[in-house]
Design a protein around this ligand. Structure first.
Ligand code: FAD
Length: 283
């Protein structure tokens, strides 16, 4: 339970952090809340020689609400997102998801960017990012780029981030006329989502005209249930439509299985969480 020896640096500029990452290459890891990285180091699943603490980078903190887009710094904690009144107005799904992450201690330290970079298949934020069509802005010595959430999660603990790249911010479009919901079945020990489902329903003149359904915990990465999304236009909660939605949502998914939840149980939890999230979103 004791990590390998490592050096610790705490740059105060984004440029300094990027330079430090480039200088140390694969031997360095950025650290945000440390809530996943430090346990991995203690278990010797990760052994960086240099930890680059990114918490002093002011560019990585805070929430900016624009008319069309919300920008969230990567090192913004879950707790900040849980309690941000203006964010709750612009994107009600964000505090709803933040509130369901683990407990107060984890929410006070864990960060949005850390969660996305870690890409735990049971983390809550990836589902929200997919449902909200977020973009993830990253920077490194080779320059900056923006990655659609849909292209970011590549597999179990694997993302589109290149070595030395840092997530700087997440940008989320503000959609008007939407109703959102998030339902998860919590793992009783960790609080992680055994399965979590985020739903965004788009309304025009009181009628649902489509939306996004995103799922975490069920497979090796969060995903959009695109087959089911095709049935959202005209959705009013009709029982037969819900059954078809539930049938299509996970048709081509290979479910994860572990000691807590085997594949069939996980699928059933997915259907139940989806049904509840749809009902919540309809109000
Ligand atoms: P760190 O641990 O600092 O970093 C994690 C990884 O991301 C590392 O590889 C690090 O190098 C990299 N990284 C960090 N920031 C950046 C960046 N800006 N750019 C590039 N790479 C970066 N999560 C949930 O979603 N739901 C839960 O219910 C939940 N329960 C938890 C319960 C416990 C007991 C614990 C310890 C954690 C739990 N978590 C849960 C995870 C927690 O929410 C953290 O968000 C998550 O561990 C990662 O965030 P962090 O800021 O701590 O990242």
């Amino acid at each position: 339970m004791i990590p390998n020896a490592f050096d610790y640096v705490r740059p105060t500029t984004l440029q300094g952090a990027v330079a430090a990452l480039a200088q140390h290459g694969e031997a360095a890891r950025p650290m945000a809340g440390g809530h996943s990285l430090l346990p991995m180091m203690k278990l010797r699943l990760a052994g960086p020689d240099v930890l680059i603490d990114i918490n002093a980078l002011s560019e990585l903190h805070g929430v900016a609400i624009g008319p069309d887009e919300v920008t969230i710094g990567a090192a913004t904690t879950h707790a900040t997102l849980e309690h941000h009144a203006a964010l709750a107005q612009a994107l009600p799904l964000m505090p709803l998801v933040a509130h369901q992450i683990a407990d107060t201690t984890v929410r006070n330290r864990g960060t949005l960017g850390g969660s996305l970079a870690h890409a735990d298949p049971s983390a809550d934020w990836p589902a929200a990012m997919l449902a909200l069509d977020a973009r993830i802005d990253v920077t490194g010595v080779a320059g900056s780029r923006s990655i659609a959430a849909a292209d970011f999660f590549e597999g179990l603990f694997t993302t589109a981030l290149q070595p030395g790249e840092l997530i700087v911010a997440v940008r989320i479009p503000v959609q008007h006329g939407v109703r959102t919901a998030y339902r998860k079945f919590r793992h009783p020990a960790s609080g992680y989502a055994v399965v979590g489902v985020a739903v965004v329903l788009r309304f025009e003149r009181g009628t649902c005209c489509g939306g996004q359904i995103a799922v975490t915990g069920l497979a090796d990465r969060a995903f959009r249930a695109k087959g089911a999304e095709l049935l959202l236009a005209g959705f009013t909660g009709q029982a037969d439509r819900i059954e078809r939605l539930l049938h299509l949502a996970f048709a081509d998914v290979t479910p994860l299985a572990d000691r807590f939840a085997d594949a069939e149980y996980r699928l059933q939890l997915g259907r139940t969480m989806l049904r509840r999230a749809l009902t919540d979103a309809l109000g």
